[in-house]
Write a protein that binds this ligand. Structure first.
Ligand code: FRU
Length: 481
């Protein structure tokens, strides 16, 4: 084990597989003290193809143990194992046994259709249901083959299982009593939201608004490729009601879960009582196959807690790193009332964190600033706020290797969504990624990058002058033992 997870650009506190290509997270389910993470994984190569479900288990959402492959293509001749979800069948509605884990995925041959597999040994081994597919593709040959990514949840109010499915330019909701026989209930989205790409990986779940459990709303996540706000693939969301049959929206406008280029196909954990925890694929279909890493390609975002927050009568989805992060945060340094005029360098001890760090600032002033993470080769990742444009940005133009893809070395932007005079920013830096959580998680950006040497210096810049009321930075421990 000693030299794996030590390669150049290898994430140190984000999940990535030991080897080969990985894209979407799949089948995320919490059961018996374990967080299961399945994922789109190429069995043999470091490029997309031969898709199966890889598997990792964690007891704390932080430290992961890679497992043997969970579901692989085989003699059933239904093709590859595309994205999907998993549930705990507490009451044995499918008949595989009480508390069996039941997974749904898309089979790809001869067309995309929905299949099922189950496990009665806490997710260690999986058996494909012999009557697969459970939902056939009957849309006909003239319709493109986009019928995939089943995300199943238990809908208490109607006492039914509900499956959300991505069908080219809309989401379909199907229902079932026994997880085997499914009835189509409704369609959503043909004329709503962004349609600059194909819709994929839907997820439907409910959350309290502003923490008030008497006032809940349903959230529908829809990933889309291409057409993201900064190019390539990205995930939009809708807020509304769901009655067991129809999803109806309560507010219009296009909203993005994450404005960065590198958070895709993210969905939430199943069987979590009080938290909605999402994990996304930290890459983009625009260049995922070209990123300069080996023997693996692909990593996941840090797990995020999702919430709903009202700002000026609009409900927004917010994200924050899960609180388990505290377990690996070390050597926190705090400063108060730091006046940045021109440029301010953080103390050199930042070097000892080896590019894995948590950085937070809070101010009672809205002013332009940038946070520059750099090395002595002139490589840098710049995160900042542009007051004039009222936008946050991440600039990876000079962040090491960029020429593997023409559109990679760019500056990405995101709107500031509140007019509040208080502002705060939390940044997570790992070897090859930065995650920005601004204004208490209202504006999110995730970007990957490939520097040739560890970023070991941080400077904060503000030409006009910024008073930082509270400034914290910490190291983060590597999760691989
Ligand atoms: C999203 C996606 C899914 C599909 C999977 C295939 O990134 O295109 O729609 O199931 O990847 O790996």
């Amino acid at each position: 084990q000693s030299n794996i997870y030590q390669e150049e650009h290898r994430p140190q506190f984000h999940y990535s597989p030991q080897k080969n290509w990985m894209n979407d997270p799949n089948g995320m389910v919490y059961f018996d003290g374990e967080y299961h993470l399945f994922y789109q994984h190429d069995n043999y190569e470091n490029v997309f193809g031969n898709m199966s479900w890889g598997h990792a288990i964690s007891r704390d959402l932080i430290h992961w143990q890679e497992q043997p492959k969970a579901i692989v293509p085989d003699s059933d001749s239904l093709g590859m194992i595309f994205s999907g979800s998993a549930v705990v069948d507490k009451n044995n509605s499918a008949g595989f046994g009480a508390n069996s884990l039941v997974a749904f995925y898309t089979s790809t041959s001869p067309k995309q259709q929905q299949s099922m597999a189950y496990s009665t040994d806490k997710g260690r081994t999986w058996t494909k249901y012999k009557e697969n597919p459970v939902i056939k593709n009957e849309v006909g040959d003239q319709i493109p083959d986009d019928f995939r990514d089943p995300k199943v949840m238990w809908h208490k109010e109607s006492q039914k299982w509900i499956m959300s499915l991505a069908v080219k330019d809309h989401v379909e909701f199907w229902s079932s009593k026994n997880l085997k026989e499914w009835t189509k209930e409704s369609e959503f989205g043909q004329a709503i939201g962004s349609h600059d790409g194909v819709w994929e990986c839907p997820d439907l779940f409910e959350l309290p608004v502003d923490g008030n459990t008497n006032n809940k709303r349903w959230i529908l996540l829809v990933s889309m490729n291409p057409g993201g706000p900064n190019g390539g693939s990205a995930t939009q969301y809708f807020i509304g009601n769901f009655d067991g049959k129809y999803f109806t929206i309560l507010q219009t406008g296009i909203r993005w879960v994450d404005y960065g280029t590198d958070n895709y196909a993210g969905v939430t954990y199943s069987n979590m009582e009080n938290r909605a925890i999402a994990i996304g694929w930290m890459s983009n279909w625009q260049y995922a196959g070209k990123v300069p890493t080996q023997p693996w390609r692909g990593a996941y975002t840090f797990p995020r807690k999702l919430s709903l927050k009202t700002v000026d009568n609009i409900i927004f989805l917010t994200s924050a790193p899960v609180k388990e992060l505290d377990k690996i945060v070390t050597n926190t340094r705090s400063m108060q009332n730091v006046d940045v005029k021109g440029s301010y360098d953080l103390p050199a001890d930042i070097k000892s964190f080896k590019g894995k760090l948590l950085f937070q600032l809070a101010s009672e002033q809205i002013e332009e600033y940038s946070i520059v993470l750099s090395n002595d080769r002139g490589e840098e990742v710049v995160v900042g706020f542009d007051k004039q444009a009222n936008q946050y940005y991440i600039d990876r133009t000079k962040a090491g290797k960029t020429d593997f893809e023409k559109g990679f070395g760019k500056r990405h932007i995101a709107p500031r969504l509140t007019k509040d005079n208080h502002t705060d920013v939390t940044l997570l830096f790992d070897a090859a990624s930065v995650e920005l959580f601004a204004d208490n998680g209202l504006t999110i950006m995730t970007d990957i990058f490939f520097v040739n040497k560890t970023l070991s210096k941080i400077s904060i810049k503000s030409a006009n002058g910024l008073n930082i009321k509270e400034l914290n930075y910490s190291g983060i421990e590597r999760i691989w033992k």
